[in-house]
Write a protein that binds this ligand. Structure first.
Ligand SMILES: [Zn+2]
Length: 223
C-alpha cells in the first residue's frame, strides 16, 4: 500500500490517495517492469486513472492504469491497451488440433480486453476441439470417429479416454468449462484462471501421451 497524488476535479492541488499497488507488468510487452510515472492522472469519484510508460527501451509504450476506489483505497483493476498474449503450444498439439490453438488464441485475445464472459466460452470450446481432435486422431475406425464427433464432451471422455490421469484432468476441465457456458454456475469460487490451469494440465497429458506414442513408433522392439 502506498500513497499517490492524483489530480481531482475542481481542485488546485493534487490530492493524496492510497493505492494498493502500481502496475508491475507492462500490458504491451508483458515484461515485469517498474513503470515510469508520467504524473498524468485523474481521480473522479469512484475511479482513478494514471498514465505510465514502460521503461524498456525496446518498448517504451505509454499505458493507462485504471483504479476503482473502495473504502478510500485505489484498487488497480486493469492496464490498457493490453496486447493479446497468445500461448505457444508444442508442434504436436498444433498438429493434432489446429482449431484448438486458433480458438484458444481468440479466447486469450478476448480475455486481454477483459471480455471474460466471452473468453470463458471460448476456452470451453477450445477444450472440446482439443479432446475430440486428439481422440479422432487416436481412434482410426470411422464408427468411433463418428461417435466422438456427436457425443457430449463429458461422455466422450468417459468412454474413449483410456489414460486415467488424462481422464481425471479432462473431466474437471469440462466441469469448469461448462460453468462458463451454463446459466447456473456449479463451481462457486472457481474462475477462468482455474479453467485455464486445468486446460493446461490436459494439454500436458495429451502431449505426454503423443510423445510416448511417437517414441514407441520410433523404437518398437528391443534390439
Ligand atoms: Zn513494455
Amino acid at each position: 500500500m502506498f500513497s499517490r497524488q492524483f489530480n481531482v476535479p475542481n481542485a488546485n492541488n493534487k490530492q493524496p490517495l492510497q493505492a494498493d499497488r502500481i502496475p508491475d507488468t507492462c500490458p504491451v510487452c508483458h515484461c515485469a517492469v517498474m513503470p515510469v510515472e508520467t504524473g498524468c492522472d485523474y481521480w473522479n469519484g469512484n475511479t482513478a486513472e494514471a498514465i505510465f510508460r514502460c521503461p524498456r527501451v525496446t518498448c517504451s509504450k505509454f499505458f493507462v492504469a485504471r483504479f476503482n476506489i473502495m473504502n478510500g483505497v485505489a484498487l488497480l483493476q486493469q492496464c490498457v491497451p493490453m496486447t493479446p498474449r497468445s500461448t505457444a503450444f508444442a508442434k504436436l498439439i498444433q498438429d493434432v488440433s489446429p482449431t484448438f490453438v486458433k480458438i484458444y488464441g481468440q479466447a486469450e485475445a478476448a480475455e486481454s480486453q477483459t471480455l471474460n464472459e466471452i473468453a470463458g466460452v471460448g476456452y470451453r470450446r477450445a477444450l472440446e476441439f482439443l479432446i475430440k481432435d486428439y481422440l479422432i486422431a487416436h481412434y482410426e475406425d470411422e464408427k468411433s470417429q463418428q461417435e466422438i464427433r456427436g457425443l457430449f464432451l463429458g461422455r466422450c471422455i468417459e468412454k474413449y479416454v483410456k489414460n486415467d490421469s488424462l481422464k481425471l484432468v479432462a473431466k474437471r476441465a469440462v466441469w469448469l468449462g461448462n460453468d462458463e457456458t451454463h446459466y447456473v454456475r456449479l463451481w462457486e469460487g472457481k474462475d477462468i484462471k482455474d479453467l485455464k490451469n486445468v486446460i493446461a494440465l490436459t494439454v500436458s497429458w495429451i502431449e505426454m501421451e503423443l510423445r510416448t506414442l511417437e517414441l514407441q513408433r520410433d523404437m518398437p522392439e528391443a534390439k
